[in-house]
Ligand binder design. Structure first.
Ligand SMILES: NC(=O)c1ccc[n+]([C@@H]2O[C@H](COP(=O)([O-])OP(=O)(O)OC[C@H]3O[C@@H](n4cnc5c(N)ncnc54)[C@H](O)[C@@H]3O)[C@@H](O)[C@H]2O)c1
Length: 337
């Protein structure tokens, strides 16, 4: 099946209608749709509207509370906890980051953990919000196991993403948003489909041995060997343990047990540069650093140097005008009644 191009507005409306039809309230459906379309606009389609069907299945099976009213509790001048009440992670994350932003504006820093949450989508959405408020944003989320610890035989960790957003004065913010697995499992599936070998370091077989045959992959590897492994554990510490949630192998599965609440944790932080240095100088220096990076001489085989987030931002600019590209099958599903 091919792909179709539709406007971001149409995609958002279709997702809202679908989620409402599965029992979700309108406000939450709007927020979930916004975060999904944000990902498609940036060509991060793995976290875009294609997830709608899975969310509906989980809603219908009872694995997400459609009427959740998350509760924020301030625990100190710069800290707080959101109890998500088993609602959508996108909504819970948004509330948590808004509180972190408010505390950072007032007191320099805001740190909020979220518990009793579910899949929250692309973390760039949340750190972008902080950067739009001219704050540094950090977000982390743990996920269920599919990644081996370095040197280990079997899955223990999730793809545990981490994201940073840093504002600048005139340029688009720096947005580093990355899973700590080397690649998403989707890339293994794609290589299987295309009958292609995968580079060593993407995944391992049932004995924990690195393989290049995508059909033998049962678990993923972290990026950067032991360094990515360590960072993945840190994501579980901040978004799991610090939030009072489970860790690694004890996290409820995303695609199994649809009737079970995920009980996921997340971590959000906002930092106000003006509490540390001259805000304008900081923002100007960010502009300068991004500019100098973009003008760095490319190595042979590279067209130019990009800064993290830039490629996705270029996609977003184009897709806002031309529309987002989604699989025809996804479009058919979203339109079906
Ligand atoms: N919520 C969850 O449970 C969950 C779990 C895993 C992943 N995710 C999301 O999946 C999405 C995709 O993650 P990923 O690790 O596959 O991303 P990726 O590998 O495509 O990109 C990772 C980072 O590298 C940067 N980058 C890529 N190419 C670059 C280049 N040539 N020059 C400079 N920078 C470059 C990107 O801007 C991005 O910040 C993210 O939005 C992440 O939050 C979410």
């Amino acid at each position: 099946m091919g792909t179709v191009k539709i406007s971001a507005e149409e995609a958002k409306e279709l997702v809202i209608q679908k989620l409402i039809s599965a029992g979700l309230n309108g406000d939450d459906a709007d927020k979930v749709a916004e975060v999904l379309v944000h990902a498609d606009l940036r060509n991060v389609n793995s976290h875009g509207v294609l997830r709608t069907e899975h969310y509906m299945n989980r809603l219908k099976a009872g694995g997400i509370n459609p009427e959740a009213k998350p509760v924020f509790k301030g625990t100190g001048p710069v800290t707080g906890i959101v109890d998500g009440k088993d609602g959508f992670g996108h909504v819970i994350g948004d509330i948590a980051m808004d509180h972190a932003i408010q505390m950072a504006q007032e007191n320099g820093v805001g740190m909020v953990t979220a518990v009793n949450s579910s899949h929250c989508g692309a973390l760039s959405y949340f750190v972008q919000k902080a950067a739009d408020a001219k704050l540094i944003g950090i977000a982390m989320s743990h996920t269920d196991k599919i990644v081996v610890p370095f040197g280990g035989k079997s899955s223990f960790l999730g793809t545990n993403p981490i994201a940073y957003g840093v504002p600048s004065k005139l340029k688009k913010p720096f947005i580093l948003d990355m899973a700590t697995s080397n690649v998403a499992f989707g890339k293994i599936l794609q290589a299987r489909e295309e009958g292609k070998e995968i580079p060593e370091g993407w995944g391992v077989d049932e004995n924990g041995r690195a393989v290049t045959d995508p059909n033998k992959v049962v678990s993923l590897s972290t990026f950067g060997g032991p360094k990515g492994y360590g960072l993945s554990v840190i994501v579980d510490v901040f978004s799991g343990l610090l939030a009072g949630a489970a860790f690694g192998p004890h996290i409820n599965s995303m695609y199994g047990d649809l009737d079970k609440k995920r009980k996921l944790g997340h971590y959000f932080c906002a930092i106000n540069p003006s509490f540390f240095t001259d805000r304008d100088v900081f923002l100007e220096q960010m502009d300068r650093m991004l500019e100098e990076l973009q003008n760095a001489e490319p190595a042979p085989g590279f067209e130019r140097v990009y800064v993290p987030g830039e490629i996705e931002q270029l996609h977003e600019e184009r897709n806002r005008v031309e529309g987002i590209t989604i699989a025809e099958s996804v479009y058919e599903f979203l339109k079906s009644r």
